[in-house]
Design a protein. Structure first.
Length: 450
């Protein structure tokens, strides 16, 4: 990751004309930014000399991690519609997702920044809010009446510890256990509701030559999804929140219980063999062919499923371990914020007001955003039956978790997911030592923050 102090110096030198745009990019790359991230940062900061359109201007810059053709199409549709309605000119910078977190850190710690940024909810945005790098947008929350439009869970991730609003939640999606009803009918099984029923289903599928759970773990975030749902079911949402927030320890007996059950499932052969050799989407074909029974994954699997098989894709809530434990679901939320150093803050606020409006949210959904609106005032009629079911699915949850890498400090989540991968590939590793090492690392990070 690029050194923030050095990046600030480079930006100041660029603004003052002491270095050229070419020098800025080459030095940024040398510091660890990718060429695309450095170029986007340069574009977001404008030309040398630090000229700005002024506090009263309707023109502004917007930076997003929309990078696939479909994502860019949706972002462009929103921006174009807003420009047509408002008369504003919006300069859009696209930064690849892999570079985005480091680019955003650079933007927010620099004296110049884009006026509006797309970003992730949860601890990832709270990290910046807690450091005073994000603009208070409580005024547009009040003006637009969003306190009655957005669920309490999404409002919580939008507020700082001072109770003020800093983030606009725009869209979300859910994680669940996805399956093909035709496969279940073929093997005479039904969606399990308890862990006992889950083991029965897994044993039946395995006996019939079907992999109970497919998983592509080349990137360990899919395993983070497994850790999340097991911990949520076994220990409940409050403990899970305490753990990911640094208030509970990975050495706790409750965490060891999660890994004990996970280890048992691995040893029973309930998962794809050599899962780390596959990307997440490379395990869709086995599910389509009926060679795999279930997939714990996000709603985005629907968009990658063959069109002629989508009607035979369904989902259910991961089974209950203890009836006394409240049922929580994973529902990561994405949205927008305004850097505190943004030059055109009012223009950015007006843009966010549009993005969070029923009109803007409807356009996002109907343009193929691949996610659901965070604004509950958007009529359910805009959703497909599949997504409408997802809305009701999450409404029934007693609590909502963002996802491991959103609820956990970035450096801790990287270390944690690496451990999940090691454990999954070798469930007989020294669990006590592994969890002790992870906990020591996590506490060394959190002790500086709490």
């Amino acid at each position: 990751m690029a050194d923030m102090h050095t990046m600030q110096t480079l930006l100041l030198d660029l603004q003052a004309g002491r270095i050229s745009r070419r020098d800025f990019i080459s030095r940024s790359v040398a510091l660890g930014l990718s060429f695309s991230a450095a170029s986007a940062l340069l574009a977001a900061c404008g030309s040398t000399g630090g000229t700005t359109t002024g506090a009263g201007s309707k023109d502004f810059t917007f930076t997003t991690n929309a990078t696939t053709p479909d994502e860019k199409k949706v972002a462009k549709g929103l921006v174009d519609t807003y420009m047509k309605q408002s008369g504003s000119k919006v300069k859009v910078n696209y930064v690849p997702g892999s570079d985005y977190p480091s680019a955003v850190r650079t933007y927010l710690s620099s004296p110049v920044a884009p006026d509006a940024l797309a970003y992730y909810g949860g601890l990832l945005s709270q990290f910046f809010i807690g450091r005073g790098l994000i603009l208070d947008i409580s005024d547009i929350w009040e003006k637009n009446g969003w306190a009655t439009a957005f669920p309490q869970a999404f409002q919580a991730t939008s507020k700082g510890k001072d109770g003020k609003y800093y983030f606009l939640p725009q869209n979300w999606y859910w994680w669940a256990t996805f399956y093909r009803p035709s496969t279940f009918r073929k093997h005479n099984v039904t969606p399990p509701k308890t862990f006992d029923e889950l083991y029965t289903v897994c044993n039946k599928l395995k006996a019939d030559g079907v992999v109970p759970f497919v998983v592509g773990a080349q990137a360990p975030w899919t395993l983070a999804g497994w850790f999340d749902i097991l911990d949520l079911r076994i220990n409940g949402p409050q403990f899970h929140s305490d753990l990911t927030g640094g208030k509970a320890h990975y050495t706790d007996a409750k965490v060891k219980k999660v890994f004990g059950i996970w280890r048992d499932m691995i040893k029973r052969g309930y998962f794809t063999k050599s899962a780390s050799a596959y990307t997440w989407d490379q395990q869709i074909p086995p599910l389509v062919k009926g060679e795999g029974g279930m997939y714990v994954i996000g709603r985005f699997i629907y968009d990658s499923f063959p069109a002629d098989a989508q009607a035979d894709l369904d989902f259910f809530s991961f089974p209950t371990y203890d009836p006394a434990i409240p049922t929580a679901e994973e529902a990561p939320v994405d949205g927008y914020f305004i850097p505190k150093h943004a030059k055109n803050q009012q223009a950015a606020k007006d843009f966010l007001s549009y993005l969070g409006s029923v009109e803007g949210e409807k356009l996002f959904v109907t343009s193929g955003g691949g996610a659901l609106s965070a604004n509950t005032q958007v009529p359910s009629s805009v959703y497909s039956p599949f997504d409408a079911k997802g809305v009701e699915f999450v409404k029934k949850a007693s609590a909502v978790s963002q996802f491991y890498d959103r609820d956990t400090d970035a450096t801790v989540s990287t270390r944690g997911m690496a451990f999940f991968g090691q454990f999954f590939n070798n469930p007989d590793l020294d669990l006590n030592k592994g969890l002790s090492d992870l906990d020591q690392f996590a506490q060394s990070i959190y002790s500086k923050q709490l």
